[in-house]
Unconditional design. Structure first.
Length: 163
């Protein structure tokens, strides 16, 4: 059965009306808490979201200490911040800090590969971050994963995460 344009537009209009009714009934059944209403009245938003992620100070330090030098020395062809998100389990995602396309330079990279660098301050390494990193390394063995930790006294520690 083929629909005419008018029939199709009527189906879409009916669907939109149904969604509006469902939304209105849900909002009536689940009103906003009083605190949120008051904060909106004062002009303060209830939730503040960062519109675009930027590297933190430790991630910028890694970029300056390593990535820019590797790029200038042609050990890598490119790098990008939080460019790829990997699905590591049912509903669980992992976004590495730095995505790097590496050449074989014989010093740090033994073969051309795609590498992911997870940057942490030495005192800010949490267990859940380590678990996600290890699961990603085992699920995606064709990529190379590194955990890079910075300590103000000893400098950088770069460890390859084995699958």
């Amino acid at each position: 059965m083929r629909l005419t344009e008018e029939q199709w537009q009527q189906i879409i209009a009916d669907r939109n009306q149904k969604r509006q009714r469902e939304s209105a009934s849900f909002q009536a059944a689940h009103p906003l808490p009083e605190v949120a209403k008051k904060s909106k009245q004062r002009g303060v938003k209830g939730v503040i979201r960062q519109s675009s992620r930027q590297p933190n100070k430790t991630e910028i330090r890694f970029e300056n200490d390593y990535l820019k030098g590797w790029l200038a020395g042609r050990a890598i062809t490119s790098y990008d911040y939080e460019a790829i998100t990997l699905k590591i389990a049912n509903g669980c995602r992992y976004t590495p800090d730095w995505y790097v396309e590496a050449n074989a330079d014989g010093y740090f990279f033994s073969e051309p590969s795609i590498c992911f660098f997870e940057i942490k301050a030495r005192n800010m390494i949490w267990d859940d971050a380590i678990v996600k990193l290890k699961v990603a390394a085992s699920k995606y063995p064709r990529f190379t994963f590194y955990l890079c930790a910075y300590d103000g006294k000893t400098g950088w520690t770069i460890e390859k995460v084995l699958p």
